[in-house]
Design a protein around this ligand. Structure first.
Ligand SMILES: [Mg+2]
Length: 413
């Protein structure tokens, strides 16, 4: 129970008088001022409560149909938003997403039926404790999967709320290293013919990018090598080029591919094999001879710990929208730093720009191709290869709710 404010007239003008039945003697005016200062601090701290949580699901059509080696043809992504309002009227926004429409309704259901009742009345400042509460309440059906997506959205909303309350942009609130974050364009382009691949790349260069990622994992390795060679030729010898296999290969296939790509100055090979094969990652890294990035399909801190300690990763790539939110993303980044590794990101670049701007071991920001910018008031801008972390308070993402309304997903009721 919080400290109740004194009723009018309960304290006399000289600072003495009964408060809630107790007599407080403060004849000295300095003592009175000190008492009220302390009272306000305690009262304010104890009065913060989560008053409401609103969760919503939207099926967002992609600007163009996309393909990669694992998810096939993608026409939509599911966007799940969480708005957490405290009892002082301040609101934090969190969100997560899935590929296609799959899983969005399950995340919404967990938020509505399980998480909402666990959050109401909690102090939104106590983010670590709330994370722990949600983690263990959902443990039996969680430890990753849908639960990690739902917790992520909540955690992001809480950090947004907390940094807004502190009147700081999120990246500064988290420690602030550099608001200039180098960024690459993440193409989802496996089925594009080479001329369209190059046209898309030129468009990305025109938009300010100075690093490019392309998909690999076609049916024949020779096709991948041909496309990578064409891209390297198009970009020149030095512009950073990443390739992403989306888990398509066995360890032997991935190692063979890595060796074949080694002639083309590849910045990293992403997700060469299934995410859980930590020793397999190590084999591809050691035998293939080019750096490895992975992590968008790891949804717990424990999985990242195993991958890093296995020595199977050059660029850990946590996704704040599915790894457990900002709380866990930062722990992965710190774990990477302790292992002497940089940290990169996957998806949701409007959030990750803050996290990388606050990470001393930041590598590239992925600018993702799902096209959320059509629903944002302030889309991320890229200049000469760098994104700038916003100076607005919180994460500063302002969604166009009216535009989203046209894409609302199914109602749970
Ligand atoms: Mg990827």
């Amino acid at each position: 129970m919080g400290v109740h404010p004194p009723e009018t007239g309960a304290v006399s003008t000289d600072g003495s008088g009964p408060i809630n039945g107790a007599t407080v003697s403060m004849t000295h005016p300095v003592s009175a001022r000190l008492f009220f200062y302390l009272y306000q601090q305690v009262s304010h701290a104890e009065s913060m409560k989560i008053q409401s949580i609103a969760s919503d699901l939207f099926y967002i059509p992609l600007p163009e149909v996309l393909t990669d080696s694992t998810h096939g043809v993608m026409e939509h992504f599911a966007l799940v938003t969480v708005r957490i309002r405290d009892n002082q009227g301040l609101e934090g926004l969190g969100y997560t997403y899935t590929v296609g429409k799959t899983g969005g309704a399950a995340i919404l259901s967990m938020l509505e039926f399980d998480i909402k009742r666990l959050l109401l009345g909690e102090d939104p400042n106590e983010i670590d404790r709330i994370f722990d509460k949600l983690w263990w309440a959902l443990h039996y059906v969680g430890r990753g999967g849908i639960a990690s997506f739902a917790i992520s959205a909540v955690d992001i909303a809480l950090w947004d709320l907390k940094s807004k309350r502190a009147n700081q942009p999120l990246w500064k609130f988290l420690g602030g290293v550099d608001d200039q974050v180098k960024a690459y364009a993440g193409g989802i382009d496996l089925q594009l013919p080479i001329d369209r691949l190059e046209a898309q790349t030129q468009d990305n260069l025109d938009r300010g990018f100075r690093a490019i990622k392309m998909k690999v994992g076609r049916d024949k390795l020779e096709e991948d090598v041909q496309r990578v060679a064409a891209m390297r030729d198009f970009l020149g010898p030095d512009l950073p080029l990443m390739v992403d296999a989306n888990m398509r290969w066995s360890v032997n296939q991935a190692t063979e591919a890595a060796k074949a790509f080694a002639d083309y100055n590849i910045y990293w090979l992403e997700e060469p094999v299934i995410p859980e094969d930590f020793q397999g990652h190590r084999r591809v890294l050691v035998e293939g001879g080019i750096p490895i990035a992975s992590g968008e399909n790891l949804h717990t801190i424990y999985e990242f710990e195993k991958l890093i300690t296995a020595g199977g990763i050059s660029y850990p790539e946590p996704d704040v929208a599915n790894v457990g939110g900002i709380t866990i993303w930062r722990k992965v980044a710190q774990m990477a730093e302790q292992a002497g590794l940089p940290v990169t990101s996957h998806g949701v670049h409007d959030l990750h720009v803050h996290l990388l701007a606050a990470a001393p071991n930041a590598s590239f920001l992925e600018a993702h191709g799902f096209g959320l910018e059509r629903f944002l008031e302030y889309p991320l801008q890229i200049e000469e290869g760098f994104a700038t972390a916003p100076s607005r308070t919180g994460h500063g993402v302002c969604l166009d709710w009216d535009a989203l309304e046209h894409h609302r997903g199914p109602n749970l009721n």
